[in-house]
Design a protein. Sequence first.
Lengths: 416, 87
Amino acid sequence: MNLPLNHNIPNIMHIDLNSCFAMIEQQANPFLRKKPIAVAAYATANGCILAPSIEAKGYGIKTGMRVRDARLLCPNLIVRAPDPSKYRDVHIKFRNIFRDYSPSVTPKSIDEAILDFSTQRYTQENLVAIAHEIKQRMKTEIGDWITCSVGLATNRALAKLGAGLHKPDGLDIITHKNLRDTLSTLKLIDICGIADKNEVRLNSFGIFTPVQFLDASEITLKRVFGGFVGYYWYMRLRGWEIDDVDYGRKSIGQQYALQHHTANPEELARLLMKLTEKMGRRLRADGSAAQGVHVSVVYQDYMHWHQGKKFDSQLYTSQELYKKVLWLFNRRPYPGKTVSKLAVSCFDLIPSESAQLGLFDRNIDKKRKVSDAMDVINDKYGEFVITPALMMGMDGEILDRIAFGRIRELEKIETI
Amino acid sequence: MNHPVEEKVSVITIFDSHTGEVRPIKIEWHNRVYVVKKIGYHHKVRMGRTLLHYFSVQSETVYFKLRVDTDNLHWTLEEVYNNESTT
């Protein structure tokens, strides 16, 4: 196939808040503006940097760095612990602004969203004006320090690429007219979806630049990536939409980077209980039951173990989930080794109304009603007001945090 | 450096009927009165059925994060940041 570039109007808009968490902290506390600040999971030496400000990035500080390493680059770095409720509030506000302009708004994460204008008859000039209006409204209605970068293109992939070209406060349009010139300024790993391993795959076929990637034939890309994935890249690079599919929720999970690494089995069991309780609350709020659970353990020496299993019975209550989680967890190798990170997730989700009760446990329905009652109490009086006994005294553990990627629970909230 | 505080404070607020805005204008803390120069951010959080309002505000030299519980209308100072001691 020899597909031309997409010549349509660039009516997909990708909006990305610049250095989101750090920018919001600078919005809230004006004394932090124009200073190098970073929001870290923990404001201690071993804490992981989640979001450096534009000023901190100027010192070479990046997401994922440890606070102690960041301070070597910038001794004056101001480190803040996250304030998730504030970030969620900003997210809801900007999402509500976006909904004034397009009936199709897809949040991709806490700080990014796609606006699809393909069903509306806007010219490119109209869309540029809308982008400027959105930027201004974010300053007026959210905060004067809030900026975003906007990308306009004919598909989601190129719109995201455009949003990343100029930060902060950029506005870039990628069309068939400037696609080649734009790609010539970038590296392969600047393209979302191309990291080290895919870069090596491309290099092994003689593709070293984004322009060469664009010029590669469909057959070559199918050889690089295999079948459909290669075809999707061929379409994507030419501005044709491939990524506007919502695959639905496949799993619900919680993870936790331990503030104090431990090998103590009782402490680990309690942490798993809290993670499972959080996961269970979200599962039931989603109206779902699960048929499988997955447990992941990262040890202090960075070794990683994980295992998942699907079960015959449907899992709904935190107790049902926890039994399976603990059973899997106890199968890990090196039980005496110090753990630094835990994650639990449940998968193969089904609507909870259609969940079948087991033949041999007549108390299942009663247990599920107790679980639902606990959820109602926690919804009314606050998270973890009533908990399993194992979780007593755990208020300061597994604090509220923002997940990476799409946060489906926020999409249902109109206002706090 | 932000300092966690968690102390009850006295706050004078104003309701502007034209804009529908409620905002703190003065804070008394440790026998000093601070005039609020700017509201950095205002947001709400639900804790169960209780609605909390958070005001991030700035006086001439100090940043305050205030919380008001809409059940009892009590104001709590959650954290402070003294710009004088960091510049």
